[in-house]
Design a protein around this ligand. Structure first.
Ligand code: FES
Length: 361
């Protein structure tokens, strides 16, 4: 096997707790309870070990990372260690003083997510009243000198309002906007029949995003990626297993991808017991999908295998029962018809549907 590169990106999932209940949450259905979370000291050890390994970019995420009272301690340490650090947040749990504190401590980036561009839809999807506070916090972030980074998670329930979302971004003087299409993992997969957009919605959103990209060139960068259910080839999930990305879950499990704990046969290790260096280079979990030996057809002989690495193994497992199958979003997969079926089922569900399942807090 080729030499293993060091991880570049550490995702610190510091908690699964969240004041919001978004039905598109990609966290597992079984959330890590607060009592099982790593303590401050162990998180500091994780930051040190990952930096020593070579990680340069650090994301604080969750759940809602602001729930952790020691977030400031971790942010300060990240700066001392020389990370480029990013806080991925709903904005709930923040106030202007905390934004200022993060700035003093050297946090590089704050990304605030919105559920929609208007209060009623936003608060419905968040399961709580949060829209006005998000607006206030977005303004506070901008006022403190940070670049304004907004994220709208889009799906069938809100995709018709992409133009209004981008108008809001303009009003807030956003520098970057991500129109993040829902990934069907965790709670989002449980709610897929409600969240999967139609082809018409996807194409309309694409047209709107393109026209705003042209109109706002040089002023605001807009990222929009077509949902993989409507692509012919899978995405290289986490840029390839064990190549760049290392996540640590709230309970200390080191994960090669966000959803790895759902995969059968994968022996995951905990940072409480093992050094990250060993986990990254030696553990069976991180080596599981490295290289090509694990591949079955059609991936094994595919001339695009070094581009997408077989796609998302968690998606392959959830939809086909075997994580070594090609991601069924690939048109070459013998299971690709499952994607068409999912789209058809979700369209039927437009007429009669079970209620949305809101994430547990
Ligand atoms: Fe696990 Fe894609 S989320 S490989």
């Amino acid at each position: 096997m080729a030499k293993i590169p060091p991880p570049l990106w550490l995702l610190a999932e510091v908690t699964h707790s969240c004041p919001l209940q978004c039905p598109y949450c990609s966290n597992p259905l079984e959330l890590v309870p607060k009592k099982d979370e790593l303590d401050t000291e162990t998180w500091l050890k994780v930051l040190h070990q990952a930096r020593k390994l070579g990680a340069a970019q650090l994301g604080f995420s969750g759940g809602e990372p602001l729930v952790r009272k020691d977030l400031e301690v971790l942010v300060g340490e990240a700066r001392k260690l020389g990370y480029y650090s990013n806080l991925i947040t709903s904005g709930v749990g923040m106030d202007a003083a905390r934004v200022e504190k993060f700035r003093e401590l050297g946090l590089d980036h704050i990304q605030i997510s919105f559920q929609a561009d208007d209060a009623s839809l936003n608060d419905y999807l968040a399961g709580t009243k949060a829209f006005q506070h998000k607006l206030d916090m977005a303004r506070a972030v901008k006022a403190s000198g940070y670049p304004m980074v907004l994220c709208f998670v889009i799906h069938r329930q809100n995709m018709h309002r992409v133009a209004q979302m981008l108008d809001l971004a303009v009003e807030l003087q956003a520098d970057y906007v991500e129109l993040a299409t829902t990934q069907f993992e965790g709670w989002a997969l449980a709610n897929r029949d409600h969240l999967l957009p139609s082809l018409e919605q996807v194409r309309a959103a694409e047209r709107v995003a393109k026209s705003y990209q042209e109109k706002l060139k040089g002023q605001m960068r807009i990222y929009y990626v077509v949902p993989d259910y409507y692509e012919q080839r899978p995405k290289a999930c986490v840029a390839g297993w064990g190549r760049v990305f290392l996540a640590v879950a709230p309970d200390g499990l080191a994960l090669p991808c966000h959803s790895a704990r759902s995969l059968p046969g994968l022996e995951l290790h905990n940072v409480r017991e093992h050094d990250l260096d060993w986990i990254w280079y030696e553990s069976s979990a991180f080596n599981y999908f490295r290289g090509e030996a694990w591949m079955k057809e059609p991936c094994r002989s595919c001339d695009e295998r070094e581009k997408d690495f077989g796609g998302c193994h968690c998606q392959a497992f959830k939809l086909t029962g075997d994580p070594k199958n090609a991601d069924p979003t690939c048109a070459k997969s013998p299971h690709h018809h499952l994607i068409g079926q999912a789209i058809d089922t979700s369209q039927l569900n437009l007429i009669s549907s079970k209620p949305l399942l809101f994430r547990k807090r």
